[in-house]
Design a protein around this ligand. Structure first.
Ligand code: GAL
Length: 717
């Protein structure tokens, strides 16, 4: 009986396949070969053909295999025979299936939109702008709404057609005539596949399975050896001082921060700390910093870390120039030589200089600028490098190579660094760096916070300047809810207190963010252990009902001659940690909609119930950035704004639900946590016999990293 019914199922399946063949005239994908997949870890598969070039995984930390195993198995997302490749003299191409209703996210750090379907991307490290895919982190990783991820593991320039390349032997939608039916006509007929290619002789592809999109992102991050746990100071307040400031200017600036009662945890030195900045000498300016050691000691005494700006193009006058000479490429950038950092010796020369001249003196991190750039700024595609590696691939990996060298270098000294970088690539989840840009569109910056979680990178919507007090506040609020609270007024010199009437508002917002340190730090620990991004797109959130729609696509012979329907997407809200939904306001808005996932949600500030699985409209209050907390949300906060004084904790609970939360703590600076030196304190909210919520604290075995007092606050009662 059983056998017969199995045959029956098979028969139906077989006849459907035949049906598909006859519909599409001939053999399915006649000129391509079937990819063969090998399982490399639970829920992770690899396929390859031919020779790929530089392997980005050589510039990434080893995969966290145990953490991936802990996620368990996941189903292979495709029919085994539905994935293809093709190798010609010129190109290596792949074709992976796409169902009719699937949304596709990721494809790097874009500032526009989330769903990549219906577009074509050329993934190239570039200063942002223009062509789609030209960005700071053009990561060839995508996540499907159906809960799987795909990585094209190549450092070549990939061109990817996200459901637009229709084959004559693929499954095509029925044609509609534009002349008579412009509204239903598809300017970009939906294709049944994603097709991608590189100029080269092979490719390697990974599939990261999952039961949800988040799970596939976790697998990808863990496979890249991430995520990272920043030092605690890295989650404090960062201020980058203006160009060409001296030690004395900076002392003055620190005083001003103190007088204005603004905290300061990291000072970033912009161009001019060195005696030549563009190109870069990496040697201190004797004029502006006659005694860097003393300067750094003075700042350390005030608990201020120092981060150095640099670019990778070596000035002829640098003390590094002669040593690095045998390892530089054929072209110069801003008159500086371009070291070939795919050669280990070149990286060693850079780091031994940095150790002696900066790190030994107390520098705790770097800002690696200009590793992206428009074509006219960088070396040409036809440049040559001593390693013989392809200059296009070196460009793709350049920022990553330097990040890895610096992250590892600090790690060897048992120190966690945290820095800034303007380009990154596959492998970024394991690097202690945050991406920034010159682009400065507030809405785009907030969209990038969502996209960063779909690309395995961290991103800061840094604040530089504003045209009005309102804009200053709104931008400050969004940078408070990001991986790096960064003021980068290197040119404008704007200070937090420079706009009339809003200084107290800014200070309060900064203080709230600083008090959230235990919550944020724990979210980063979960990034480190489980690959869960601390700042996440809503599409990774359970119970989020999705909000894409299409414009009506009305034909307009000037504005819309192809009657294209444009995607209307929600890109202005995101998650921070397990329970907080952030919904920033932009200048000029008096109200905004917020889409709440299923379940009860509460106002962070008042504890009031605001909705459940619906769209709410929030009226703008300049003092506050709207924050909402999930039912049962447990939010540990410092009682004081001093992030190094962790004696007293206030634990907020929202809503009615019982819940428990594991609060992470450690020394905040070293890698001893990897050997078990940390504490996980269990915070449990439960209802007693009378249905009243009570809090319970269970310390972990570690005697260190506990709190003197833990005070529960029942926000909804
Ligand atoms: C830019 C960078 C800015 C700032 C500036 C200094 O390239 O994006 O953040 O560092 O250089 O010249």
């Amino acid at each position: 009986m059983k056998i017969i019914s199995n045959n029956f199922v098979l028969l139906i399946f077989f006849s459907t396949t035949i049906f598909a063949f006859s519909q599409t005239q001939g053999t399915l994908i006649s000129d391509m070969n079937t990819l063969r997949w090998e399982k490399v870890l639970p829920g992770v598969w690899k396929a390859s053909f031919g020779e790929s070039g530089l392997n980005p995984f050589d510039y990434s930390a080893p995969s966290k295999t145990n953490a991936i195993k802990n996620l368990g198995e996941a189903p292979f997302p495709f029919d085994v025979d539905s994935t293809f490749y093709q190798l010609t003299n010129e190109r290596a191409t792949i074709r992976l299936p796409l169902s009719k209703t699937e949304s596709i996210y990721g494809m790097g750090l874009e500032f526009n939109g989330l769903n990549r379907r219906g577009n074509v991307y050329t993934l190239k490290v570039d200063h942002y702008g223009g062509t789609m895919g030209y960005t700071h982190a053009p990561i060839p990783f995508y996540v499907s709404s159906e809960g799987y991820g795909v990585l094209i593991n190549s450092s070549k320039r990939i061109k990817i057609y996200v459901g637009t390349a229709n084959r004559k032997d693929g499954k095509q939608t029925k044609p509609i005539d534009r002349a008579t039916n412009p509204r239903d006509w598809e300017a970009r007929p939906a294709a049944d596949a994603i097709e991608a290619s590189v100029q080269g002789s092979g490719l390697e592809i990974y599939i990261f399975g999952g039961t949800t999109p988040l799970e596939s992102v976790q697998r990808y991050n863990l496979f890249c050896g991430g995520g990272i746990l920043p030092p605690k100071w890295g989650l404090g307040f960062w201020h980058r001082t203006p160009t060409a400031y001296s030690d004395e200017d900076i002392y003055k600036e620190i005083k001003e921060f103190e007088e204005n009662r603004f905290p300061l945890h990291v000072i970033g030195l912009e161009p001019g700390w060195q005696n030549f900045a563009y190109p870069c000498s990496y040697d201190w300016s004797e004029e502006r910093f006659p005694n860097p050691k003393e300067f750094l000691r003075n700042l350390k005494n005030q608990d201020i870390e120092v981060n150095l700006w640099e670019n990778p193009y070596v000035a002829p006058t640098s003390s590094l120039a002669d040593k690095i000479k045998p390892y530089v490429g054929s072209h110069t950038v801003w008159h500086g030589t371009v070291p070939d950092y795919s050669i280990p010796e070149a990286r060693k020369i850079l780091m031994s200089h940095h150790q002696k001249e900066h790190i030994d003196l107390g520098i705790s991190g770097y800002k690696i600028d200009e590793v992206d750039g428009y074509d006219f700024w960088l070396w040409p595609d036809h440049a040559s490098f001593p390693s013989g590696n392809d200059p296009v691939e070196i460009r793709q990996l350049y920022g990553l190579m330097i990040q890895k060298e610096i992250t590892d270098h600090f790690k060897q000294q048992n120190k966690r660094t945290y820095g800034l970088v303007r380009s990154s690539y596959i492998g970024s989840p394991s690097q202690n760096f945050v991406i920034y840009s010159d682009y400065y569109g507030h809405k785009g910056y907030v969209t990038a916070l969502s996209n960063s979680s779909l690309a395995g990178v961290l991103w800061t919507p840094e604040i530089r300047d504003a045209k009005s007090p309102e804009e200053w506040v709104r931008r400050f609020q969004s940078v408070c809810y990001s991986p790096m609270l960064l003021l980068n007024a290197w040119a404008s010199k704007t200070k937090p207190w420079d706009f009339e009437g809003v200084t107290d508002i800014i200070r309060e917002n900064v203080e709230t963010r600083l008090k959230l340190l235990p919550y944020l730090y724990t979210a980063f620990y979960n990034y480190n252990q489980q690959g869960i991004p601390p700042f996440r797109a809503m599409v990774l959130e359970k119970g989020y009902l999705g909000t894409e729609s299409l414009s009506d696509g009305a034909l307009d012979d000037v504005k819309n001659p192809y009657a294209e329907k444009t995607k209307l997407e929600v890109t202005d809200q995101y998650m921070m940690g397990p329970s907080i939904l952030v919904a920033p306001f932009f200048t000029g808005q008096t109200k905004r909609d917020v889409i709440l996932p299923k379940g009860n949600w509460y106002d962070f500030y008042t504890g009031e119930l605001v909705g459940n699985g619906n769209i709410i409209t929030v009226a703008a209050k300049l003092e506050q950035i709207p924050l909402f907390v999930k039912d049962g949300g447990i939010i540990p906060m410092l009682a004081s704004t001093d992030i190094f004084d962790e004696q007293n904790l206030e634990v907020r609970h929202y809503g009615q639900k019982e819940n428990h939360y594991l609060l992470y703590n450690d020394d905040g600076v070293s890698y001893n946590f990897e050997g078990g030196d940390f504490s996980l304190i269990q915070l449990r909210a439960f209802q007693d016999k009378n249905g009243k919520l009570k809090g319970k604290v269970k310390n972990s075995n570690s005697k260190d990293y506990r709190y003197n007092s833990i005070n529960w606050i029942w926000m909804t009662h």
